[in-house]
Design a protein around this ligand. Sequence first.
Ligand code: ATP
Ligand code: MG
Length: 183
Amino acid sequence: MQFSKLRLTGFKSFVDPTDLFISDGLTGVVGPNGCGKSNLLEALRWVMGENRPTSMRGSGMEDVIFAGAATRPARNFAEVSIHIDNSERLAPQGFNDADYLEIVRRITRDVGSAYKVNGKDVRARDVQMLFADASTGAHSPALVRQGQIAELINAKPTARRRILEEAAGISGLYQRRHEAELK
Ligand code: ATP
Ligand code: MG
């Protein structure tokens, strides 16, 4: 499973549809302060099901919607899609019947978030589990936020353990066990 393209529409500073092609060897994004580098990383986490506004540097979920600028009015929705090359058929069960996966998340003011995988409506949990089982996702240790290294050094042992479990790819199992125990 390989990410191939990220598309942002009305997400934070990316008001017009913007494509980021993720090709082999891409390890970083550089640019002047405020050009949207961190917003790109947040879009990637958001489309994988991130649901904590604080980790999107906002106070409410709708803060990801383009809020307007001097010359442009605010938008009513934000949408991010991620294209995944699945030609090697490594996607988790239930998502593994196509050569590519397109995951779309859209948030509309006063309505909330909706998710689609290859055009079909799915739940947030389905998208979160898809990525958790593929050892990636919104909390993946592969995505390093600004300031996160300092947080890691200062973390309590239980928080550090969670990070290691995420890296080992077993957090999907914990989520399932937790849900089974609630039933
Ligand atoms: P730095 O190098 O300082 O870390 P950066 O490239 O990471 O900068 P970002 O933090 O990604 O920059 O982008 C910040 C810009 O995004 C700011 O100009 C901010 O006004 C804009 N922005 C954030 N949220 C929204 C929103 N909801 N609507 C419009 N613009 C937004
Ligand atoms: Mg930044």
